[in-house]
Write a protein that binds this ligand. Structure first.
Ligand code: ZN
Ligand code: ZN
Length: 177
């Protein structure tokens, strides 16, 4: 998503509304297109005293993997954001916006040139908003550590031994001997 700074500057101090949908894969955050919904951004932006201020929300429906049983698990991530980007003097290359390496200087976002490319900002925002753990359901039983069966779907015989994998290994050795 790229904002034209000249248009914002013309109405300095006034917020303009932007809505966009981009492919999740285009954010280069490690998501393929898969079954995910587009990444929906709804924001307002204004130019004020050498800064571009943005505020808004984004939302995406992701089809991920349960971290216990590895089944496909849909989940939603959304975020409210507010950010300021300081407009540095000097021109960028044509078409250049926020470069990945100069996205942050201390705690201040900066950019050069006439375009403010929000791709890197949104990529980081998406990564930071990811849940630590995706679960298909709170009580997911996961996979049996011995035979690998999905314990939500079937009860396996090794349910008891799975308490301690070292014990299971000992039993294997005994069987062979
Ligand atoms: Zn699960
Ligand atoms: Zn098992």
């Amino acid at each position: 998503m790229i904002l034209q700074v000249a248009a914002l500057k013309k109405g300095e101090g006034q917020f303009l509304v932007y809505n966009a949908e981009v492919l999740l894969s285009s954010l280069e955050a490690g998501f393929s297109d898969g079954e995910h919904s587009p990444f929906k951004i709804s924001l307002e932006a204004a130019y004020l005293s050498g800064r571009v201020i943005i505020k808004g929300t984004w939302e995406v429906h992701i089809v991920g993997e349960c971290s216990r049983c590895l089944e496909e698990t849909p989940y939603t991530v959304k975020e409210n954001f507010y950010e300021e980007f300081t407009h540095l003097q000097g021109c960028g290359e044509p078409g250049e916006g926020l470069a990945r390496e100069d996205v942050k200087e201390g705690d201040i976002f900066t950019f050069k040139g006439d375009l403010l490319n929000l791709a890197e900002y949104l990529r980081q925002s998406l990564l930071m908003a990811q849940p630590l753990k995706v679960l298909c359901r709170d009580e997911c039983k996961g996979l049996c550590v011995v035979c690998g069966k999905n314990k939500n779907k079937e009860q396996c015989e090794c349910a008891e031994a799975s308490i301690d994998p070292r014990w299971a290994m000992l039993q294997e050795i005994k069987k062979k001997g």
